[in-house]
Structures are given as C-alpha cells and as structure tokens.
Design a protein around this ligand. Structure first.
Ligand SMILES: CC(C)(COP(=O)(O)OP(=O)(O)OC[C@H]1O[C@@H](n2cnc3c(N)ncnc32)[C@H](O)[C@@H]1OP(=O)(O)O)[C@@H](O)C(=O)NCCC(=O)NCCS
Length: 188
C-alpha cells in the first residue's frame, strides 16, 4: 500500500513500506539526527553496512512496520526524507503493543509529514500486526514532538525524571500511549 502526500511547496512525497533500497536513506536520517544531538539518547552514528543490513533483515523477519517518506526527485540516500517505525515489544505477553519511533529530516519538518507517517504506520500496525496500543517516549525538551504526539491523541502516562544525561544536563523522559481503536474512531 502507498499514499501520495502533496506538500504546500508542490513537492510530492510517497508514503510506503520500507524496502531494501531505502536502508541507506533511513540510516542517513538517523545519523543526521544523532549529529543534531538534542532529540535522541544516542551518542554515536551508525556507519557499519553490516549493522544497517542486519537491522533491515530483522525488521522483515519480525514483520515489524517501517514506513518511509520518499521524494522521487532526489537520489539515494537523500530521497528518504523520514521514517516511522512501529516495532514489537520485547515481551511475549505484549504482542498487542507496538513501540513507535519517528524521524523527519531537518529541512522537511513542520510540513505535516510526521503526522502522515504516524497515521499510516498506526493503521498498518493494526491491519498487519494486530496491534492495539502504541507506546513511545520522548525527551521532555522536545516540544515539537510532544505537541504532535498530543495532537494525534497520545496521552502522557508517566515521566522518568532525569532519565538521560546529555551535554552536561539531565533530561526527563516522557512516556506516552495511544489506543488504536480510539484513534481510528476519531480519524475515520
Ligand atoms: C518530531 C518530528 C518527528 C515531527 O515531524 P514533523 O513532520 O516535523 O511534524 P508535523 O509537521 O506533522 O507536525 C509538527 C507540529 O509541531 C508544531 N511545532 C513545531 N515546532 C514546535 C514547537 N517548538 N513547540 C510546539 N509545537 C511545535 C507544528 O506547528 C506542528 O503542529 P500543528 O500541525 O498543530 O501546526 C520531527 O520534527 C523530527 O523528526 N524531529 C527530530 C527527531 C525527533 O524529535 N524525533 C522524535 C523523537 S521521540
């Protein structure tokens, strides 16, 4: 399944499931966000092709959801302008729960791509993986992400105080969750 999102600029973004050809673009975005240094609790970029490929194989083996936004006018790896994953929970008894992560490339933020990738990923995770609930966590300092997640309907279920220490400062972790049926009811 695919969807086309037309941006205000006139650019078309294809929203679709991850394929092997998209792996370099996904990791390019990840490494760029790591270099920004304020959004993810990771210090080092991933450069190893082995690691990138094994991540891809694992996603496919576990039937996990990774939705990407692609600009067909750009060459790899720049064509993948964002990604949203809904991964399985580590616990066998939590098969109904998906764990969401999302990254949109800097230049493409605030254009509704994040919202559209999340919407697509939520729907696919129910349809393909029988997920019922989506959980995520974010830095308490990430105002844009908190705004977007709340607007979609995620509710704050807890705060882990000083969970991260970055750039000589502690940061709280905000944990949020969303019931998919409630979301679908409100977004028919
Ligand atoms: C967070 C992120 C995924 C959102 O994706 P996006 O495509 O930029 O999101 P959208 O354009 O769909 O929506 C952004 C919303 O945040 C709002 N926003 C932007 N900056 C904001 C700020 N500083 N404070 C509050 N709201 C803000 C926008 O106005 C928009 O809301 P609106 O639709 O009510 O106007 C993306 O910006 C990103 O990848 N950021 C860096 C990595 C990251 O933080 N990942 C999430 C880690 S949990």
């Amino acid at each position: 399944m695919k969807k086309v999102l037309e941006l205000k600029s006139g650019e078309n973004i294809i929203i679709k499931h991850l394929t092997k050809l998209d792996v370099d673009g996904v990791w390019y975005n990840f490494n760029e966000v790591i270099e920004e240094g304020i959004y993810l609790p990771v210090f080092f970029p991933v450069r190893s092709q082995l690691e990138k490929d094994s991540w891809y194989r694992n996603i496919k083996k576990e039937n996990e959801i990774c939705i990407v936004g692609e600009n067909l006018d750009l060459k790899t790896p720049y064509n993948i302008i964002g990604q949203c994953e809904i991964l399985n929970c580590e616990w066998e008894a939590s098969e109904h729960v998906g764990v969401l992560g999302i990254i949109i490339r800097d230049k493409y933020r605030d254009l509704t791509i994040g919202r559209n990738l999340i919407d697509f990923a939520i729907r696919e995770s129910k349809k393909l993986n029988n997920k019922e609930k989506i959980i995520l966590s974010t830095f308490s300092t990430n105002e844009r992400a908190l705004h977007l997640f709340s607007q979609i309907g995620f509710e704050v279920v807890g705060i882990r105080k000083k969970q991260f220490f970055m750039e000589s400062e502690y940061i709280d972790e905000v944990m949020m969750e969303l019931w998919i049926d409630d979301y679908l009811e409100k977004n028919k």
